[in-house]
Design a protein around this ligand. Structure first.
Ligand SMILES: [Zn+2]
Length: 155
């Protein structure tokens, strides 16, 4: 309605029981296996467009070419974009904002989304900030993206 302002947004609390099973696929499994067993970050390079996907994939999303060349990315990278969350998923205010970033690892042309760790001063984070992946010790890795605890700013 013209002229009407929405001053109050109603919300309803509810629950939806959902259970899912996500498979990483052949390309993704390559990444998680290397991460779990060796603590390495692997990707795949497209021989046609030279895109380097990290995490690894089976097919190039641009060329639809099968990706067979495995490459190793470094745990060092650069922030390409970032965001802060000030509220949790229930709408409650967080004591400390949670920072997430799209990070391009050295050796990759794609970005991966993950948490930024120990960011107390948000003004220190910017596009172009250098970061390093923090990988859990071998005994604690399970073959999950959370085997990477997150990225830590490099001074
Ligand atoms: Zn390609």
């Amino acid at each position: 309605m013209a002229g009407t302002q929405l001053r109050h947004i109603a919300k309803w609390r509810g629950e939806i029981p959902i259970e899912s099973l996500y498979t990483a696929g052949i390309g993704g499994q390559r990444f998680f296996k290397a991460l779990k067993e060796k603590g390495k970050l692997v990707g795949t390079r497209c021989r046609r467009c030279h895109q380097v996907f990290v995490p690894s994939r089976q097919f190039c999303e641009r060329c639809f070419v099968e990706l067979t060349e495995e490459v190793r990315a470094q745990p060092d990278g650069v922030i390409k974009s970032f965001s802060y969350a000030y509220i949790d998923h229930n709408g409650g205010r967080l004591k400390h904002p949670v920072a997430s970033a799209l990070v391009q690892l050295e050796g990759a042309t794609t970005v991966m989304l993950h948490r930024l760790l120990e960011v107390k001063d948000l003004s220190r984070v910017s596009i172009g900030s250098r970061v390093k992946a923090v990988i859990k010790p071998k005994g604690k890795r399970i073959g999950s993206i959370l085997d990477i605890e997150g990225f830590r700013l490099v001074e």
